[in-house]
Design a protein. Structure first.
Length: 250
């Protein structure tokens, strides 16, 4: 099995790489952080590339095609974007967030599809978010992009199913890690609350009273990429401890 993971050098992406590696897959990774790429296992195929740049992504897919094709795509690239009321969001910040989160997924799927069609099989896993299921106060561009990722996935599943290609979306909840730390700090400042109070609010907003780890999300990606999920397609699967309250207030 050959898998490509965009934004695979840290966080959820790296956890996906480790999980697929443990499952015996040949792991390919793109990322914008050269230092993080250097820290990955030598056996992984690592490439510096911007997920929202078509020329850069085309070059990576050309290398994958030369290596024999692609079995699983994990289109995982994303950024948190601004944390602000909608009237305070700068248009360029909106465009930047939507570009990485949505156009990055589109470009990866666009260039993976011909390789998978030629093989007559494949699995596409898009990283959305629980923000793509519920509204997300103070995160309008991120939420809008993640809702759109689900629409993209549903369309891919319909278009590609006749070719033996499946498409699904994983919707992580609040995932422990540096990206969410930034969100916590900005949200705390916006709401006039402490970082710890916002943190606890996220956990209390789930029925399992828990945050999510990157490994939790990665394990779902491996399942969706495997033959065990051979008839699972067009699905939106939350890995979130069951979100009850998408606007944590403590």
């Amino acid at each position: 099995m050959r898998v490509l993971i965009t934004a695979g050098a840290s966080g959820i992406g790296r956890a996906m790489g480790e999980a697929f590696d443990a499952a015996g897959a040949e792991v390919w990774v793109t990322d914008l952080d050269p230092a993080a790429l250097e820290a990955l296992p030598d056996r992984w195929h690592c490439h510096a590339a911007n997920a929202a740049s078509e020329p850069e992504m085309r070059a990576v897919f050309d290398k994958i095609a030369d290596a024999g094709g692609l079995d699983v795509l994990c289109a995982n690239a994303g950024i948190a974007g601004p944390t602000a009321l909608v009237e305070d969001i700068d248009l360029e910040d909106w465009r930047s967030c939507v570009s990485v989160n949505l156009e990055g997924a589109f470009l990866a799927a666009k260039h993976a599809t011909p390789l998978m069609k030629s093989a007559g099989r494949g699995a596409i896993v898009l990283t959305s978010s629980t923000a793509g299921i519920y509204g997300y106060p103070n995160r309008a561009p991120y939420s809008a992009a993640k809702w759109a990722v689900i629409g993209l996935m549903k369309t891919l599943a319909m278009e590609l199913g006749p070719f033996g290609i499946r498409a699904n979306a994983i919707c992580p909840g609040a995932v422990e890690g540096p990206r969410m730390e930034g969100v916590l700090e900005r949200e705390a400042a916006l709401k006039g609350m402490s970082r710890d109070a916002v943190y606890e609010g996220y956990a209390s907003g789930t029925s399992m009273r828990s945050w999510v780890t990157a490994a939790d999300v990665a394990n779902m990606a491996v399942f969706l990429g495997s033959d065990a999920a051979r008839l699972v397609s067009g699905q939106v699967i939350a890995v979130d401890g069951h979100t009850e309250n998408p606007d944590p207030k403590v």
